[in-house]
Design a protein. Structure first.
Length: 518
């Protein structure tokens, strides 16, 4: 019966209309709940499910709020509910006798979800999926690839394929893969790792998998390249997520289709705008939203003043990591056309990939630093912020051996700390800066260095990262979202919300690294 229901949702669910985002649907009620901070975490209210129809709810709110003894929190508690989301009836308690690998294995079931129907802001999906954990109770885009790495080591291929099929479902329904399956995330995506997910599945099922998913890889590519024909008439020759550089190269940036505060961070965004009187609020919101699409929300790499989020200008930047991922997408499509014996289409995408490779080298390689950096196409110069995004050209295998050696030297001398790799060299209080280290960037860096024969450095990074994860686990029996790799108790911090445990991509990367030695 479950298979029948999943198949029914997969084949017809994309035809059903999706509800509006709570900020659009609830209007004044949404604004009041967030402004009065009924919940300390702005995301909490967005994830509740209304008990009645929205119009009726609005009418009841308009009347109730006029009463002298009106209590907003009680009104919300009466008219909304928290949907059940976990297999575990009680609060999960880890078993101190388990090894960290055993702990991860037991957590997959705890973090697994299956929601066939839309509930409030949650978009129903046809197949089961694994969530990051903590406040994140939906299938996040780039998180999922790193979760899949761990699932693959345990042979959970049915779950992996189901998660990929959830993305093909969303591509059919929305035309792209949103940040996660929430209505308030439907204006932006995340770093495009779909081709890597398909390659991972193909390593198990064979090359025919690439052919099966080719239509979705193409749609993913169309989403990122949408607006190419409109560039000539645009200021700075940029439209949506596409940018044309001064030599005619087509590159990409992070973007968002809305210019309002993020509903899940309404108070944070409006406070940032209020403190930045010299900038138009809608432009500031766009840059904040684009920073959220990058997955690096937030980091000094997006700021003109490294310590001031009010100077954020994400949409003015050509990110080196994004363009490497799109190079890999173009290459994967070309390879798939080769399997199909379509030489003209194969050559088309090979040329696109080759042009992007040359553009990344031209605009993102910095000789002085010996490192790859982001490029500000408004100012026509490098941003100057060194970050682990600079390792992606090695991950994509587009760096020369000489460039790779220079990058490895910078990684070893400047990024490598006792507990692993810092994300940037800036200490700002933002979560994607020092002293924090993140699982996905450790995995990317280790693989990137291996691609160019820097095995000793890769193994040093691997060993230090595993030790950091294990040290925190041995103290608290938890795996967390991010870690302090410089000192202290190892627990990461900074950003807009408290440290989360669970945690999907930490589990996936750690399990995959541990499996290499088993």
């Amino acid at each position: 019966m479950n298979k029948i229901k999943s198949s029914l949702v997969a084949t017809t669910g994309h035809l059903l209309l999706t509800a509006k985002s709570p900020d659009d649907a609830l209007g004044e009620l949404f604004i009041d709940v967030q402004n009065q901070r009924v919940y300390t975490d702005s995301k909490a209210f967005l994830d509740l499910v209304p008990k009645t129809r929205i119009k009726q709810l609005q009418r009841e709110y308009a009347l109730a709020k006029q009463l002298p003894d009106f209590n907003l929190k009680l009104f919300v508690e009466k008219h909304f509910y928290q949907p059940s989301s976990t297999h575990v009836d009680n609060v999960y308690v880890s078993d101190p006798s388990q090894t960290v690998s055993e702990h991860i294995s037991s957590l997959w079931y705890v973090l697994e979800r299956k929601h066939l129907r839309d509930k409030g802001s949650l978009v129903g999906l046809p197949y089961a999926y694994v969530v990051p954990g903590g406040r994140f109770d939906e299938q996040f885009y780039w998180d999922s690839y790193f979760i899949m790495l761990g699932l693959a080591t345990e042979g959970k291929w049915t779950l992996i394929e189901g998660m990929i099929k959830n993305y093909t479902f969303m591509i059919r329904k929305f035309g792209f893969i949103p940040t996660a399956n929430r209505t308030y995330f439907l204006s932006r995506s995340q770093p495009p790792f779909l081709s890597h997910m398909v390659q991972l599945l193909a390593s198990h099922k064979g090359k025919s998998t690439l052919v099966e998913y080719l239509p979705y890889l193409l749609q993913e590519y169309r989403f990122w390249m949408k607006g190419t024909t409109k560039l000539a008439k645009q200021e700075h020759r940029a439209f949506a997520r596409v940018v044309q550089t001064d030599d005619g190269s087509l590159m990409n940036r992070y973007y968002d289709n809305k210019t309002t505060p993020r509903p899940e961070s309404l108070n944070e965004d409006t406070e940032t705008a209020a403190g930045s009187r010299e900038r138009q609020a809608d432009r500031l919101y766009l840059h904040l939203r684009a920073g959220a699409e990058s997955g690096w929300d937030f980091s000094a790499r997006w700021f003109e003043d490294a310590k001031d989020i009010r100077t954020i200008h994400t949409a003015d930047i050509i990110p080196v990591d994004l363009n490497c991922l799109l190079y890999q997408l173009e290459s994967t499509i070309a390879n798939t056309y080769d399997i199909l014996k379509q030489p003209l289409l194969r050559r088309k995408f090979e040329k696109l990939a080759d042009r992007r490779k040359k553009a990344i080298t031209k605009y993102c390689w910095n000789d002085e630093d010996g490192f790859f950096v982001d490029y500000n196409f408004h100012h026509q110069q490098a941003t100057g912020c060194l970050s682990l995004a600079g390792i992606f050209p090695l991950f994509a295998k587009i760096a020369t051996p000489e460039q790779a050696a220079a990058v490895a030297k910078v990684i070893e001398q400047q990024f490598l700390k006792d507990g692993g790799l810092v994300t940037t060299l800036n200490i700002t209080g933002q979560q994607w800066d020092a002293p924090n280290g993140w699982a996905p960037l450790h995995w990317i860096t280790i693989q990137a260095l291996r691609n160019y024969g820097h095995e000793a450095l890769a193994n040093t990074i691997k060993g230090r990262w595993i030790k950091t994860n294990k040290d925190v686990y041995n103290k608290s029996h938890k795996l967390v979202e991010k870690y302090d790799v410089i000192g202290g108790d190892g627990l990461g911090g900074g950003g807009e919300y408290p440290l989360q445990d669970g945690f999907g991509w930490t589990n996936g990367v750690l399990q995959a690294l541990l499996a290499e030695d088993s």
